[in-house]
Ligand binder design. Sequence first.
Ligand code: M6R
Length: 593
Amino acid sequence: MCGIVGYLGEKDAKKHVMEGLRRLEYRGYDSAGIAYYDEAKADHLVFKEKGRLENLAGLLPEGGSQAAIGHTRWATHGRVTKENAHPHESHDGRFIVVHNGIIENHKALAEEYLAGIPRKSATDTEIIASLLGHLAKGKDVAGAFRQVLDLLEGSYALLLMDREHPDILYAAKKKSPLLIGQNGRDTIIASDLTALCAAATDYLALEDGSIVTIDERGFSVRDGQGKAVRPVLSPVDKAYAETDKGVFDHYMLKEIHEQPAVLRRITAEYFDQETPRIRKDISAMLQKAKRLHILAAGTSMHAGIVGKALFENLARLPTEVHIASEFAHHPPLLEAGSVFLLISQSGETADLRASLEIVKEKGFPSLTLTNVKTSTLAREADKYLEIFAGPEIAVASTKAYTAQIAVLAILAFALGDGGFSLRKELALAAQGIENHLQDHKMYSGIVAGHLKKPHAFYIGRGLDYAVALEAALKLKEISYIHTEGFAAGELKHGTIALIEEGIPVIALVTEKRTAAHTRSAIAEVESRGADVLVIATENVAEKEDGIRLDTVHPLLTPLVCVVPTQLIAYYAALQRGTDIDKPRNLAKSVTVE
Ligand code: M6R
C-alpha cells in the first residue's frame, strides 16, 4: 500500500527519504517518487518512476538537500504510470504534494474550483496540489492548507512542499496513519514506524485533524480546531529498525523461524506465573459480553476462526467470525451485549475501519488486537491489545498469525475457569515449532515431489479445517498455485469432482475425535488418484504419514500445524521463482476498501 516519508534537518534529506522509502517497500507498491530542495541549484527537483525503488534511485543526481518528501504508490486512482506516481505538483508549479489515502470528492472539487485547469495525471492527489495553488494566492500557506483540508472528503496523510518557502514542510492527517519523529533538530515524518525508526529517537503518532509545520527548529502541531498541541513523544522501539534478513534469504523464512521466540515473548508479556495478565478494563468488557463478534480479513480472519473455538471452549462465550469487507456492508442482526474484537496485524485494514464505524455507530464496545500499537485501529477502537510479534515485513503473514492465536488463547483462558497450565502448553507449542523448524530444508524435496500441478487442496476438520483455509491462502498468495482449503467432510458434496490423477491433496490431521473421518476422506481422494500428503501430530499419526509434528494441547494445534504449511508455501514459491516477500498485486496493509 502507499507509503510516505518526509525529512527536514541538518543531514542529507534525500538520503533519509530514500532510506525511509526502502523500509516501506514491504508494504507493496508499483511506482515511487521524491521531491527535494537542491541546495546547489536553489530549486526543488521532482523525480518519479514506475517499478522498483532502484529505478528511482538511478535517476537521482548527486547533491545535497535539507528538505525532501517521497512516496511509494500502490495504484488506486489511475493506472500505474510515471505521470500518476507521486509527488504531484499544482498547476502553477508552486506546491508539491505526496498523499496516502483516497479523496472521495475529488471530481466534484475539480469541477467546482479547477474548471479549465489542465491536469497531468489521473489522480485525486493532483487535485489537492492544484487546489492549494488556486486558494493560496495572496494568502498565508498554512491558512490555505487548512482551507483545502476542510474541502476534502475521504482519508489522507499528506506532505506538502512550497517552492516559495524551501525551508518549511507541512503535513496533515485524517484517517490515514502519519507519525512524526525527532532526532535533535532533524524531523522525519512517515506513514509507518519502520520508515522513521532508523532516523528518529522519539516519535508521535498524529491524531486525525492534525496539521504540522516543520522547519529548522523542529515541528509544531495544531489540532482540527487550530489549537496548538503539546506533543508527547515516545521513544522509538529499535526492534523496528532491525529490518535485515539475518541469515535467511527472505523475510518470510526469517519470520517463520521467529515464531517460537514470539510465543515465548507473548507468554512473558501476558503471564504472571500461571495467571494471565489482562488489563482489568479489557477483562471487564469481555466478561460482560453475551456474544463476541470477531472482525478480520485474510490471515487475521483465519486466526479469528481459531479464536472462535478458543472462546467457545475455554470461556463458553458464543462467538461469531465475520469477514470485515462483508460485515461493513451487510451487518447481521446484532443483539444487546455484543462485543467486537477486531484482529489486524497492521491495524490499518480499510475493511475493518469501515466495519468499526458501524460498530461505533451502533454503540457496541470494541477491542483491537494488533501488532502495531500506533495503528489507526488501535486508536479508533475503545481498547487495544498488542500481539508482540515484532515487525512483520513479508507480505505473507506468518508469525502474526501464530501470535494472534496465542493472545486469543490467553484472552479466552483468562475469561474461563482455567483447569490446565496454558503457559506450559504455549511453551510446549513453541518447542514443537522449534523442533520442526530444524528440518525445514526437507520441504524442498517434499514440494518438488508433491506440488507438480497448478492446483492443490488442503483438507481438515475442526481446527484443522481452520488451518487448511490459512494454508491454502499462503500457498496461493506467494506461489500462485491455485489452492483451496476444504472441510474434509464437504469434499464429497461436489469438490471431489475436481480430483484426478496426481492432484495434490494435503490433509491435516491433529484432532483425535475426527481423525478417522479425515482418514476416510483421504482414502476417497486417494482412490481417485490424488497425490496425498498427510501432516499429523504424533498422537494421531500413522506410519506412512509424510510429516509428523509434536503433540500439543488440542486447542493449540493450529500453532504447530500451520508451520509445515508455511514452509510448503515458501519452498513452492522458491522453486517457482516468485517474489516471495512481495507477491504480485498484493500489499502488506490494505488501506483501501
Ligand atoms: O493487517 P491485517 O491483519 O488486517 O491484514 C489482513 C489481510 O490483508 C492479511 O492477513 C493478508 O491476507 C495477508 N497477505 C495474508 O498473508
